[in-house]
Ligand binder design. Structure first.
Ligand code: TXA
Ligand code: MG
Length: 313
């Protein structure tokens, strides 16, 4: 199969929507990372996502929708969801809520869990596609399972070319790390730090949010220890470049690439996967990374880097 590159205009949205309707796969930009979309109601289409990414079947997918009203057709809404959706949708926030029995989605989407992850993305190209398709789009990040997430169409093609019908090219993703995932099936719990800082969520809820821990009833099956892995190794909290390493810096340090010389966490998040892809493509054997503050977007950056550095299965 040859993967077509579609331009982010009405004609591109119409072609992409037609591919989704026919059960095909289309990668598209969101403000966080590129997603690999399929019609969430078609078993065969959703199965193809798992095959293209070589993703384990137990790892459920996020369903992308174009409005709060549509989200409410798929999940049992509650007051917490209302507060967070009104404050942060469209945006880099995913809510996990009980799946409605009449949702009509493929059971592959939820990996047979009683809950569903829903998200209303802010990116105009994602919105253009959702509008043209007029249905629920299941979409994980558009990378082979376990590898670095894509923030440009070229990253998608490098990982999945020949395995998917098309990619909508919307340029670089502005946020650069995946959405923050909040579980709301019970008391609010942070399932994955991401593009919306936890501090903002706590302010909106008016209460602290618990970090998901081992033994929690609500599972986050996709939070594998090794993830976002480049070909080489990753060494964290580096204070110097050792022999044979390349140095990925943050702040006023001398480095091969810098996430943000100004020490800006928003800029660093936007550069994170792009720089990891670039160092990976240049064949870096060890990527050493200087320390990054663990607040705001720094929590998502450090989460991704810890998984990139984790022992590979
Ligand atoms: O920013 C994002 O969230 C991107 C864009 C494309 O929307 N998507 C994304 O999808 O990061 P993915 O599949 O790479 O990560 C989704 C995470 C996985 O860890 C998965 O296990 C978790 O969400 N997840 C999905 N449904 C869930 C559920 N019902 N309960 C708990 N975790 C869930
Ligand atoms: Mg992913």
């Amino acid at each position: 199969m040859e993967t077509t590159c579609l331009s982010p205009d009405e004609a591109g949205f119409a072609s992409a929507a037609a591919i989704l309707r026919a059960g095909g796969l289309v990668a598209f930009p969101t403000e966080t990372v590129y997603g690999l979309g399929a019609d969430a109601r078609q078993d065969h289409a959703v199965a193809r996502i798992f095959k293209a990414k070589e993703r384990p079947r137990f790892n459920p997918l996020i369903v992308h929708v174009s409005s709060i009203e549509i989200a409410r057709a798929y999940v049992e809404w509650n007051d917490f969801a209302d507060v967070l959706a009104r404050a942060f949708w469209p945006g880099p926030l995913t809510l996990v809520l009980p799946l409605r029995p009449d949702a009509g989605l493929s059971s592959l989407v939820t990996a047979d869990l009683p809950t569903l992850a829903v998200r209303l993305p802010a990116h105009p190209v994602a919105q253009g596609l959702l509008e043209a398709f007029d249905g629920p789009v299941a979409a994980p990040s558009a990378n082979p399972s376990g590898k670095i997430s894509p923030t440009q169409a070229a990253h998608v093609l490098a990982g999945l070319s020949g395995r998917i019908e098309a990619v909508l090219d919307g340029g670089a993703c502005p946020v650069g790390v995946e959405s923050t995932i909040v579980g709301l099936a019970d008391a609010p719990v942070l399932l994955r730090p991401g593009g919306l800082p936890a501090e903002a969520i706590e302010a909106a809820l008016g209460q602290p949010i618990r970090l998901h821990g081992a033994g929690d009833p609500l599972s986050a099956p996709g939070q594998m220890q090794s993830h976002y892995a480049p070909g080489g190794l990753v060494r964290l909290n580096a204070t110097e470049r050792r022999d044979g390493e390349v140095l990925l810096g943050f702040g006023a340090v001398e480095a091969d690439l810098n996430l943000s010389a100004a020490g800006d966490l928003t800029e660093a998040a936007a550069n994170l996967f792009r720089h990891l892809h670039a160092l990976d493509a240049q064949g870096a054997r060890v990527i050493a990374v200087t320390p990054i503050p663990d607040h705001g977007l720094g929590r998502a950056i450090n989460d991704r880097l810890r998984r990139a550095a984790a022992p590979r299965e």
